[in-house]
Design a protein around this ligand. Sequence first.
Ligand SMILES: [Zn+2]
Length: 154
Amino acid sequence: MAQHPANCEICARIEQLQSGAHPGFIAHLPSGFFVLGDSQQWRGYALLLCVTPVADLEELDWNRRLEFLRDLALCSEALSNVLKPHKMNVESLGNLVPHLHFHLFPRYLTEQEPTKPVWVQMNPSEDVALDVEGERELIAQLKREIERLIVQRA
Ligand SMILES: [Zn+2]
């Protein structure tokens, strides 16, 4: 099985998030950090980064696992409510960086290939870098929505 790497770029991101220096920060949840992705080729693309440095979900004890999955469900619902996509794609891969994280892609019918996975469509020439100033309102909306969902689900 893949091992969590000693020199991990997601752990470095988490340190940035903990020091308040991460531009895409949306929310600090019990099991992880909810952040907008560096690329916005899919508007609202976000990640949930697990604070526990493990490679896979199965390495978390059962309660931590459920906590992480509950946080993931809140992130997905917040994106869905705010961005009103046609479909949400929620994926855990981590083949490149084996630190547990989920990718959350709002999918839209206006895409060229809305039925295909994002991974086969990623095109560096069409990359849209995260514009933190431009996305300030989206980040604020997602923050408000996740706080609302946490209260509602409590
Ligand atoms: Zn890590």
